[in-house]
Write a protein that binds this ligand. Sequence first.
Ligand code: 16G
Ligand code: MG
Length: 541
Amino acid sequence: MFAQAVSVASQKYPKTGSKEIKYGTAGFRSNADELDFIMYRMGLLAVLRSKDTKAAIGVMITASHNPVKDNGVKLVDPAGEMLAAAWEMHATALVNVPDASLDLALQDIVEKAKIDVGQKAFVIVGRDTRPSSERLRDAVLAGIGAVGGEVRDLGVITTPVLHYVVTCHNDGGQYGEATVKGYYQKISHAFVRLRASGASNGKYQPEILFDGANGVGALAMEEFAVHLGDSLKTTRYNKGEGVLNHMCGADFVKVQQKWPGGVPEKVEIRCVSVDGDADRVMYSYIDSGGVYHMLDGDKIATLIAGYLQELLSSSGLTLKLGLVQTAYANGASTAYIKEQLGVPVACAKTGVKHLHHEAQQFDIGVYFEANGHGTILFSPTAKKAIRDAAAKGNNPNAGKLSGLLDVINETVGDAISDMLVVETVLHAREWSAEDWNNAYKDLPNRQMKVTVADRSIFTTTDAERICVTPVGLQDTINKLVSGFSKGRAFVRPSGTEDIVRVYAEAATQEETDKLAVQVACAVHDQAGGTGDRSAILSSFA
Ligand code: 16G
Ligand code: MG
């Protein structure tokens, strides 16, 4: 059945490069020039996955926060989740075979997954604003067409819009109308309804500066702005006048801990930065003394979880609320939410699918990575309890919860939806950005990268907080940490770069840097470091 697919592949999308590539947490990602044949093959794979699940599958073409010369592709499973692990393996196998073995590789997937090839296939495609994205979209469409799949091309959209449309398409519209317009309307109308009593409230001012990272998030915000009207004043920057993700956007703000370029430095106005496909969000502001502050995924998660906790108890609903973080969450955020707010906290491995999965154990699971990717999941029981209580009309807090449900994009982390949730909570609390930031003070922290001969020798447990191999390294880390007040450190192999990451926290920045350097040296010494040891030692000197 794959004769045509194989013939198109060899004529128009021959395999280039010989390096083994792997479908990782972010799908396939590399320089855009190397991706044509990969996109074509992902089109083929999406059709097989659609036949396998008997549902629509999503394909998103983006390299998120990476530089504009890069691109990437990710498949979205029927309920809006990341591609199932077994299929990540099929994807890796499919893109690494030579053209001559493509037929066999496809047949192998059909056999392993027991696919009924007569089944119809439907694929929903989206892409970001990168110049290479249109060409790569054509390659995906060629792949889908070559094996007879039906396509709906949503054009230039954010990653969360694609997840939303795939979800709605497959659940028959229960979650919302399965169109791009349906997405904007559902979220923005719910937000505007929650503001019906007035946009200002106490110290809360309904005004933000929006940093669109010169990407698709900027286009999405233009559309939202039309629907939001006076409920939130958004002044928009980095709309495409500059280079994508360059000196601006959520990743820049998080990593550099700096105000984004291209946005005027206005005092005491919240600035919202999104990444290149608008699934991550960062807040920042400059206080009246001119000092810059960043509010990351931990600050967002604790703000939201605290508010949900209050609404739940005041509305008399007994639903189990929990927060899911990763080992990178600042220790002060975990202590604050656990000890002061009494919300249980779970720790998951890095990567959205792990957090998502962990959040499903709660009736209401808030999950966020410190880098600003996250959302809130409501179990069917929780949804029903909230909607039923709200429908009675005498429980205003249940009404607020019900309204909030529609502002949230549960299908994946969504920068703009998350922003509207944050704005709703700040509004309800009558808080300025400073009030929000003052809820707890972050512990100083530091991240470092160490290059080693073979990062696959690193294995971890306890959600990456304990290093199991190389044997003995964890003992060394424990000894080092015990010498620092409020000390915490862990090491893990990166899933996206050929390096080992080191994270450290302690009572002061100086102590933190010292701990990070000591742990990085231990990794270098005990695990085959290949870099310059003296450079590690002098990192923060
Ligand atoms: C990927 C993950 C992100 C994670 C990052 C860690 C998804 C959609 N994305 O970008 O959640 O924070 O990898 O990278 O899961 P690292 O393994 O290099 O530290
Ligand atoms: Mg992204």
